[in-house]
Write a protein that binds this ligand. Structure first.
Ligand code: B12
Ligand code: SF4
Length: 548
């Protein structure tokens, strides 16, 4: 079979494509785990952001795929619909399969007959996708493949969820990077790739999709597999690697062993980026950080989330951000974690969430001041009601969701208000402060990647300050005017595909689906993952109308 796998072109504020274009890890892993006689091509459309339609047309013409698979996050839903419609027009007999976080957690949004999706793969994809291809090829019923929703003549059928894979058993083969057909991956001018060393998390932060996606569990790839994977990425040109693990810091002993294995394998000339919990870094950093530094870790994304205790309680992120002494919580671990990483030459990407239900201007200011003082690159977001998360339920129940256009659920558009501030005020506060924090990081980047900054620095600045004009620079326009212009530009940027949305005449279809998906109950027992089948039918779940 000829297979084309696509990731969506939509990017968001903190990863501008001028500086950061990373491959989608899911597609490489899917390609590496199908039977070898298939011909598979991967196209990360973020590499063709300004020519999406032309690129899809060309690939469809050259590859003539029997099946096209799309990986989609919630904010990319509208783009995915247009691309599917385009593919349908170009090759009506191609089968369309969707997977990833949005189809997994909001499958109802993907079943409209006018949309043209044949199969939804829910949850982890490698084994389900492999078995789906086998079933199609052998003509056996799709009902025998766990983990699917699929279209039949009389409607959509569901198969039971597939249990999460124990990756330590070698069930998942390494990714197939050779299948990528577009080029241009970059992290500030260096070739970049992604690898994973583990899957899952045992925490249950209320804003995170991971628990609903796969339950509370943690599985580790064997370290030999990981080192071989890094070596493969390096051999293909990667000089920067993003470790996409959900939470690598759950097992510090193993993380330490990984750093040592990277050093032993002489793979230290790569800039590694990883995300971690502040509590783990604060508690174990004195032993871990020197090894991370020697292994080549450069950026650590810290899930600080919020520096105020009441917000951490709402986000259910207190435990992972607590500093402890003799087993007792003695405070927030963020400053200790930042300090340890800085002392060992690493840079901190500060993940913060502002605009929580009870946030006042002072609460947001306190977080912005923290970011200004402690983090190197701010990654400040607003609480975003992604399908199936407990936080979504909280916001819906309090009537605080003010925007249901999911294409704006990109993390930096405030789509919820607090009890004290409008969504607009929340976003304005973050936007205004964050731009200047980003500028402060430029000299550090210049020292590390001078060629890139000299060539593209002006574009990076222009992106960060888009909306600014000479009039605003000399004070003839207010920051508010600039903010409104920025938002108008941002709205235009979201039109990635010059092709109509097949559901454009179903004005409320998407919103109703969102409403239903948003109010789904959590999968809080950790097992089995994806408990959708055991839930009340979607139509019985109602969306609480926002009060403003
Ligand atoms: C790494 C990561 C990133 C990296 C992306 C690097 C890259 N190019 O891959 C960075 C930091 C840049 C990033 C950014 C963002 N991310 Co992010 N990210 C993750 C993270 C940590 C891991 C994703 C991953 O690669 N996993 C490993 C792969 C192998 O697994 P997977 O993606 O789940 O894919 C499997 C299945 O989903 C399925 N599958 C996936 N696609 C397909 C397609 C087909 C056809 C099939 C059959 C199956 C299938 O099979 C795969 C293999 O098992 C997750 C989860 C988490 N714990 O936070 C969030 C997560 C995916 N991100 C999320 C979001 C929202 C974002 C941002 C919008 C904002 C943000 N929160 O940072 C931006 C947008 C990025 C952009 N496009 O501009 C959300 C998505 C929620 C949703 N409902 O859409 C998640 C779930 C975090 C959360 N909030 O809960 N992210
Ligand atoms: S610790 Fe990280 S991966 Fe785990 S639930 Fe919280 S945000 Fe998600």
């Amino acid at each position: 079979m000829q297979i084309l796998l696509l990731s969506m072109p939509d990017s968001f504020e903190h990863t501008p494509t001028i500086a950061i274009r990373m491959p989608n890890g899911a597609l490489g892993s899917l390609a590496g785990n199908i039977d070898p006689h298939h011909r598979v091509a991967i196209a990360d459309l973020v590499l063709a952001q300004s020519s999406v339609r032309r690129t899809v047309e060309r690939l469809m013409h050259e590859i003539q795929p029997d099946l096209v698979g799309l990986s989609v996050m919630t904010f990319q839903r509208g783009t995915a619909r247009r691309i599917i419609s385009l593919i349908r027009a170009l090759k009506p007999d191609a089968r369309i399969v969707v997977g990833g976080y949005d189809p997994s957690l909001a499958p109802d949004a993907w079943t409209h007959p006018d949309l043209g999706v044949d199969v939804i793969v829910r949850g982890e994809g490698e084994l389900t996708f492999r078995d789906l291809l086998r079933a199609i090829e052998n003509g056996t019923p799709l009902s025998e493949v766990p983990g699917l929703w699929f279209r039949e003549r009389d409607g959509v059928r569901q198969t039971p969820p597939r249990p999460v894979t124990a990756v330590e058993e070698g069930t998942i083969r390494p990714p197939n990077r050779a299948a990528r057909v577009l080029s241009g991956y970059t992290m500030l001018g260096r070739g970049v790739d992604v690898i994973e060393t583990s899957r899952g998390c045992t925490f249950d932060c209320s804003f995170c999709s991971i628990i609903e996606m796969r339950g509370r569990n943690f599985h580790r790839f064997p370290l030999v597999h990981v080192i071989a994977d890094i070596a493969d990425a390096r051999a293909r040109g990667a000089r920067a690697i993003f470790i996409v693990d959900d939470n690598i810091t759950l097992d510090i002993v193993r993380f330490t062993a990984l750093c040592q294995a990277i050093i032993d394998a002489d793979l230290t000339d790569i800039d590694y980026m990883v995300q971690g919990m502040t509590s783990a870094i604060a508690a174990h950093g004195e032993e871990l950080a020197p090894l991370m530094q020697r292994a080549g870790f450069r950026y650590v994304f810290l899930g600080i989330e919020n520096i105020l205790d009441q917000d951490l309680v709402f986000l259910k992120a207190s435990a992972k951000n607590s500093q402890r002494q003799a087993g007792r919580r003695v405070g927030n671990a963020s400053t200790a974690a930042v300090d340890i990483l800085h002392r060992h030459g690493m840079l901190v990407i500060g993940g913060l969430i502002v605009g929580n239900p009870d946030d006042t201007p002072e609460a947001i200011d306190a977080n912005l001041a923290f970011a200004r003082k402690y983090v190197d690159w701010p990654y400040i977001q607003h609480p975003t009601p992604y399908p199936g998360t407990p936080m979504t339920r909280d916001f819906v129940e309090r009537g605080l969701v003010v925007n249901r256009r999911v294409e704006e659920y990109d993390g930096t558009t405030a789509v919820t208000r607090s009890a004290h501030l409008t969504a607009d005020e929340i976003e304005f506060m973050r936007w205004k402060a964050e731009r200047w924090m980003k500028v402060r990081h430029m000299p550090t980047v210049l020292r590390h990647d001078p060629g890139f900054v000299l060539r593209h620095g002006h574009q990076m600045l222009a992106h960060t300050f888009r909306g600014t004009t000479w009039r605003s620079l000399v004070g003839l326009e207010s920051a508010r005017d600039v903010f409104e212009r920025y938002r108008a530009l941002r709205a235009r940027e979201r039109e990635y595909v010059d092709w109509p949305d097949p559901l454009r005449n179903h004005d409320h279809a998407d919103h109703d689906e969102v409403g239903r998906a948003l109010s789904g109950p959590p999968n809080d027992n950790g097992s089995p993952a994806l408990s959708h089948a055991a839930r009340p039918p979607a139509s019985s779940l109602t969306f609480v109308k926002p009060s403003r």
